[in-house]
Design a protein around this ligand. Structure first.
Ligand SMILES: [Zn+2]
Length: 342
C-alpha cells in the first residue's frame, strides 16, 4: 500500500515538474489545426528543426489583417494577404498536389511576400510585389481561375484556400527575418546551392537531396536539339569571340559540374559559358544538362525544371505522399531556418 502511494505521489510530482514531456508527445489533434501542425516533430533535432514556439490562438485572421499592394497589368491593387496567397498559390503550384505540399508552398510564398514587403523592390518601389513570375510570383484572380479550372474550380479553390488558412501568418525565418524562400518545380536528385548560380551563398539555400523522379514528374527529362548552324549562330550572338572549327567534336569541351550534378560552366567555341547563360540561350528547362554534339546537330538533355534552388515543388509533393508534414518539408529544403508567426 505504501509502495502504491509512493508511486502515485511520484507520478503527480513528475507531471507537475515535467509538463513539457506531455507537450512533446504525439499529436492529439488533426494535422490541419495550425496550433498543432506547427509543433516541432519529435524526431527533429532542435538545431535544424523547424518549430513554432509562441502560443497562438487558432483563429485564422493574421493574413486577413495584412494588406498587400500588388502590381498587376500596370495598376496597383490592394488585397488581403489571404487573397494574394490564394491567387499566387493557384498560379504557382498544381492544385492536385498533396495538402501538406500545398501548405509548405503557402508558407514559402507568404515568406517571399513578407521579405519583399520588408526590403522593398527597386523594380517597382510603388508596389510591394508584382504578378510577373519573372520578377516576383505569378498571380491569378478568381475569374482567371474559373476559366482555367472550369468544373474543378470549387474543389481546387477550396483546397488551396485550406492550405493558406491552415498556415495563417506562418513564415520561414532566419535570424529573426523572413528568409529568401525561393522554390522551383523539380530537381535532378539534389537541389542547387544558391552560391553556384546567384550572387554568393545563402546559409539555408544549400544543396539537399530531393526525392522526385521521372515516374512522378511530367517532362522530367527533356531534350532540345538544334542544328549545328543554329547552335553556332545563337552562341556567336552572345559570345562573338567563340571560334567554331570544321571539326564539331571540339565545339563543346571541358564541362564542369557543381556538387549537385548540374552543369556549372563549359567551353563553347573555346569561350567559357555559364550553364545559366546556356539555359537562357536555348530555353532549357534546367542547368542539369548534358550536351551531345552529333554530326550536324547539338542535343541538350535536361533533368528537372527551374533554377533548382530552395524548395522543389515536386520534391515537396513526393515527401508529402510519403507522409511528411509541411514543417518537415520546409526544414528539409530550408535547413537551419525556423517557423515564425506574424
Ligand atoms: Zn516584381
Amino acid at each position: 500500500m505504501k509502495v502504491m502511494l509512493a508511486l502515485c505521489l511520484f507520478a503527480v510530482i513528475f507531471a507537475l515538474v515535467f509538463p513539457v514531456a506531455a507537450a512533446l508527445g504525439p499529436k492529439s489533434q488533426p494535422p490541419e489545426d495550425p496550433t498543432v501542425a506547427t509543433d516541432r516533430p519529435p524526431e527533429s533535432p532542435a538545431s535544424d528543426g523547424l518549430f513554432y514556439v509562441e502560443e497562438r490562438p487558432a483563429s485564422p485572421d493574421r493574413d486577413d489583417e495584412t494588406t498587400v499592394k500588388l502590381l498587376r497589368d500596370g495598376k496597383i491593387e490592394e488585397l488581403s494577404l489571404t487573397d494574394y496567397l490564394i491567387g499566387a498559390m493557384s498560379a504557382e503550384m498544381p492544385a492536385t498536389f498533396e495538402p501538406e505540399a500545398l501548405k509548405a508552398q503557402a508558407v514559402a510564398l507568404r515568406t517571399y511576400y513578407l521579405r519583399k514587403a520588408k526590403l522593398g523592390s527597386s523594380a517597382h518601389p510603388e508596389a510591394q510585389i508584382c504578378a510577373d513570375s519573372t520578377c516576383c510570383a505569378a498571380f491569378r484572380d478568381e475569374e482567371q481561375l474559373k476559366e482555367r479550372w472550369g468544373e474543378s474550380f470549387e474543389t481546387n479553390f477550396k483546397k488551396i484556400s485550406a492550405a493558406v488558412r491552415a498556415t495563417d501568418g506562418l513564415y520561414i525565418a532566419y535570424e529573426g527575418q523572413p528568409a529568401l524562400a525561393v522554390f522551383h518545380s523539380s530537381s535532378a536528385g539534389r537541389t542547387e546551392d544558391c552560391g553556384e548560380i546567384w550572387n554568393g551563398p545563402v546559409p539555408y539555400l544549400v544543396s539537399v537531396e530531393s526525392p522526385e523522379s521521372a515516374d512522378t514528374v511530367p517532362g522530367y527529362v527533356a531534350s532540345v536539339t538544334v542544328s549545328a548552324e543554329e547552335f553556332r549562330e545563337t552562341v556567336l550572338e552572345k559570345y562573338p569571340g567563340a571560334v567554331f572549327g570544321e571539326d564539331m567534336s571540339g565545339w563543346v569541351t571541358e564541362p564542369v559540374y557543381s556538387a549537385s550534378g548540374r552543369l556549372s560552366h563549359v567551353l563553347i567555341g573555346g569561350v567559357a559559358v555559364q550553364a545559366t547563360s546556356l539555359r537562357s540561350m536555348f530555353g532549357l528547362r534546367s542547368t542539369a544538362v548534358k550536351i551531345e554534339v552529333n554530326d550536324g546537330s547539338v542535343t541538350m538533355t535536361t533533368t528537372g525544371y527551374g533554377h533548382g534552388v530552395g524548395m522543389s515543388q515536386y520534391g515537396a509533393n513526393t515527401m508529402a505522399q510519403a507522409g511528411a508534414d509541411f514543417t518537415e518539408i520546409l526544414s528539409h529544403y530550408y535547413p537551419g531556418t525556423t517557423l515564425a508567426g506574424l
